[in-house]
Design a protein around this ligand. Structure first.
Ligand code: FRU
Length: 490
């Protein structure tokens, strides 16, 4: 169904109770609703926003268009949690109801200052000729959860030399100053980060660009959703660049999302010395991640379990997309490790364990499966060309994940993972990895799988829309391997 501009810019406040109820019923009847992922009650969810720890709780917002599975006028929807597992529904956090955000409250940061949660975001606006102007704005939440917008924007327009693709402020404190990093596109279509400095988060002075070596043909025209943090003695800049061409196994999704590890950014001079750009995720559906530091000093990431510019299988049911599970980040050389947060163990219910050897065969273990689950498999002493596991197996369906010992690659094949509407971007994802041993940790929800390999060295995040009775799990190799596996229903 095509959505007209008028329909996409319709406010939930103006929608009739009856229409909202019908939409909600349609969504509730969708067989692909998730069990333990954050998902919109109706409509479309995209980027996580304002992820923070404030007043004894985690706060997480997301980009939301309530009225259908399209990118219409965006709100921030608000959730809070004490444990990153059980989330309280706090309702709409920010509405597009001011002149500086009339066409969408776009993505941004949560930062605690003076005992208040400061929410920085981009106010998207369009004039009568549909010319866009992005404002950078601030709203402040107090300890009672009351959110008030400032009555005027902090930054009124992109500086000279940049297009209207200028958004997603990441605000952080460094030494005694505050910095605001903004995703930008130069007039010559180079993705970059423009940054500002402030003493008080209210008055901002333009500093210039953060200069990097990540430039030219393979770096994209627009960098969305910047995030920056320091871990050990390094600086990590995460970006979601648009416009990188595929290169072998890399950059096969419509847009990318990755990071640069380097020396800490010199904010005085805007210099970042860094190593190569790596994709954060090797799966089909991951974008616009955000991180925060919690009170125990953990760096935690949540991403959008989806991508811009693509349809979703659940569109016909009135909703689209969800967020990823939270992952703790660690540093190993110039690479980031992503480890599901420990609290997720709370989701574990019934446990089953197996221990066996495989010899040139594919084996289904009786009773070793659930519909939604966490599974950890260790493969040891292996030989042959491949070892792997198939999940969501049914009569004509299976989702295959394996290690190719010859090519030294991890492979995810979702060519038989049920319904799909993005096959034009390919049905296989691979990445290089040298495995002496192989540990696969999977979180399987009704319509998704997140695969963590060797304690977060690589992650494959993908939606899968399989039939309700395709639930078998098999292990396979054309050589030999020992397998030790545990599964917990969720
Ligand atoms: C990324 C993004 C952001 C923007 C938001 C709008 O998915 O395009 O750049 O702020 O989504 O919903």
């Amino acid at each position: 169904m095509e959505w007209s501009r008028e329909e996409r810019y319709r406010r939930i406040e103006d929608e009739s109770e009856k229409n909202l109820k019908e939409l909600k019923e349609k969504v509730d009847n969708c067989p692909y609703r998730q069990k333990f992922h954050i998902q919109p009650k109706t409509g479309l969810l995209n980027d996580p926003n304002g992820f923070s720890y404030f007043n004894g709780e985690y706060h997480l917002f997301y980009q939301w268009f309530p009225l259908g599975p399209v990118h219409g006028v965006k709100y921030w929807y608000h959730l809070s949690s004490k444990d990153l597992v059980n989330w309280k529904d706090c309702g709409i956090g920010l509405k597009p109801d001011s002149y500086f955000d009339s066409h969408g409250v776009f993505s941004g940061t949560g930062l605690v200052k003076d005992d208040k949660l400061h929410l920085f975001y981009t106010g998207n606006t369009r004039d009568e000729n549909w010319i866009r102007n992005p404002y950078q704005c601030l709203a402040i939440m107090d300890k009672n959860g009351e959110i008030k917008k400032m009555d005027k924007p902090l930054i009124k327009a992109p500086p000279k030399g940049y297009t209207d693709n200028f958004r997603d402020p990441k605000v952080l404190k460094n030494k005694e100053k505050y910095y605001c990093l903004i995703g930008a596109e130069t007039q010559s279509n180079q993705g970059t980060i423009v940054y500002y400095e402030s003493d008080d988060v209210l008055e901002w002075n333009l500093k210039g660009e953060i200069s990097t070596k990540f430039k030219g043909n393979h770096s994209g025209f627009m960098w969305e959703c910047p995030d920056y943090y320091e871990i050990e003695d390094k600086g990590v800049l995460m970006i979601s660049p648009q416009g990188i061409e595929p290169e072998g196994d890399k950059y096969l999704n419509i847009f990318q999302s990755g990071y640069l590890v380097g020396d800490k950014i010199d904010f005085e001079n805007g210099i970042f010395n860094h190593k190569d750009f790596y994709e954060l995720d090797r799966g089909f559906d991951f974008y616009a991640p955000q991180t925060m530091e919690d009170e125990n000093g953990r760096r935690i990431l949540v991403g959008w379990f989806g991508l811009p510019g693509l349809n979703c299988v659940t569109d016909e049911n009135g909703w689209a997309h969800c967020l990823t599970i939270p992952r703790e980040l660690k540093l190993k050389g110039d690479r980031i490790l992503q480890i599901p947060v420990k609290e997720l163990e709370k989701l574990r219910k019934t446990e089953r364990k197996v221990n066996f050897a495989l010899n040139n065969e594919e084996k289904i273990i009786d009773d070793f499966n659930f519909r939604t689950y966490e599974m950890i498999c260790d493969f040891n002493d292996f030989s042959g060309n491949y070892i792997g596991v198939k999940i969501r197996k049914g009569e004509d369906e299976e989702t295959v994940f394996y290690y190719d010992l010859n090519e030294k690659k991890l492979v995810l094949d979702r060519s038989k993972s049920g319904k799909s509407c993005t096959d034009e971007y390919g049905v296989i994802r691979k990445c290089k990895m040298n495995c002496e041993k192989l540990k696969i940790q999977m979180f399987v929800d009704t319509s998704s799988v997140e695969i963590f390999v060797n304690d977060g060295e690589e992650v494959f995040t993908s939606r899968i829309f399989t039939k309700e009775d395709s639930n078998s799990i098999s292990f396979f190799t054309d050589g030999n391997t020992k397998v030790k596996a545990s599964i917990w229903s969720i």
